[in-house]
Design a protein around this ligand. Structure first.
Ligand code: GLU
Length: 369
């Protein structure tokens, strides 16, 4: 039995296709309806963070750009034009309920960096305590995949936000009404899956097509979001955004859409390591791997190879089995590779740490931490 009626903090993500009108612009009536639904949750004492897509689509409509928006610079230009249109529409819709909205634009770097993330968290906490509804989008104008600052899609962004603000439930409103056991557009008799207890290979195989012209979502990115949410102890609900009263019905536990159950609630620091974009890779030998799996610190002697250029404190991949926060930068690690810890002082000078990473700086993908 589903029941989310007692949750206090909810993240709601709205996809581009849901808020687009037939002529390609923004569907003001829909946003007004959504604002009404969100405000009734807020009036019932809940805190709601909205994550919205649509900047690129609205910008393209405003500029009369047809066809694919597939160059990075055109996506950025459209987003810069569309974002204020989007925010104006949200502002107008929420003001009908005497509720203020706040624009929050994020890049991956902001969430990956511990300091800027903590600042963000404080800002969001303050907004929520003031009864304001934060409206989050990716800062598309400055994030590009080339420099590794992009989330890739707002599904993943919304799951990271849900994880960072410790939301109790994440709701994805899409133009897809549920996860199906096969592609409903091509398979007659495809069945909706109402509950996904865990994201297995079979579930991943059921995910079909990539995104659309403006949005990057699609079932694969919904499952990527669910993977982030399940480790944050946050169940994820996927439903059609045009379903009447969808938010209150989902929270009341009605069997619509698909619920992805939470697996475990990893600690905040572990989630940060797991969800951060790795800045490089450290390869270590079998002996070192066995030692650190046995809860020992990683020492320089086990290092075989260092790839990438990264600072001390960066999150990097460890072989293919996990991630670590490294206490030394990539040049120092390369200089120390295969050396005994007592050589650290000789090679790097005094006052240095005598380990590369402690057990609390490591996460293994296959382990319940
Ligand atoms: N941030 C993009 C926008 O606002 C959408 C990305 C996505 O659809 O996932 O247009």
């Amino acid at each position: 039995m589903r029941d989310f009626s007692s949750v206090q903090r909810v993240v709601v993500k709205i996809g581009t296709n849901v808020l687009r009108s037939a002529n390609g612009g923004i569907d003001t009536t829909y946003i007004r309806d959504l604002a009404e639904q969100v405000c009734s949750l807020v009036n019932a004492g809940k805190q709601v963070v909205v994550v919205t897509s649509g900047a690129i689509g609205m910008g393209a409509a405003e500029l009369g750009i047809g066809g694919r928006i597939d160059t990075v610079k055109l996506r950025q230009a459209c987003a810069a034009v569309g974002q204020p249109i989007l925010m104006n529409t949200y502002k107008e819709a929420f003001s009908r309920h005497n509720t203020s909205v706040a624009q929050v634009l994020l890049t991956r770097e902001v969430l990956d960096n511990r300091t800027s993330y903590l600042n963000l968290r404080n800002a969001i906490e303050t907004l929520l305590s003031l009864g304001v509804v934060p409206v989050v989008n990716e800062n598309d104008c400055v994030s590009t995949a080339e420099i590794g600052t992009t989330f890739g899609d707002n599904d993943r962004l919304s799951a990271l936000v849900a994880s960072k603000v410790d939301a109790e439930v994440l709701i994805l409103l899409s133009d897809i009404d549920a996860l199906y056991d096969s592609d409903p557009r091509t398979t007659s008799g495809a069945h909706p899956i109402r509950t996904v207890p865990q994201i297995t290979d079979e579930v991943l195989a059921a995910a079909g097509s990539p995104g659309t012209r403006f949005g990057r979502g699609g079932m694969q990115s919904k499952l990527a979001a669910a993977l982030v949410a399940e480790n944050a102890g946050c169940p994820m609900l996927l439903a059609h955004g045009r379903e009447p009263h969808v938010l209150s019905r989902l929270l009341a536990g009605e069997e619509i859409g698909t619920v992805f159950l939470a697996k475990r609630r990893l600690g905040n620091r572990v989630r940060w390591i797991l969800n951060s974009e790795p800045q490089g890779r450290v390869t270590i030998d079998e002996g070192a791997l066995a030692a650190i799996r046995n809860k020992n610190s990683l020492l320089p002697t086990g290092i075989v190879r260092v790839e990438g250029v990264f600072p001390a404190g960066a999150v990097v991949n460890l072989n293919n089995c996990g991630k670590i926060v490294t206490s030394m930068n990539s040049h120092e690690l390369a200089a120390l590779a295969g050396k005994h810890s007592r050589e650290i002082e000789k090679l790097l000078g005094g006052g240095r740490k005598d380990f590369i990473a402690r057990p609390e700086d490591m996460v293994f993908f296959d382990e319940d931490s």
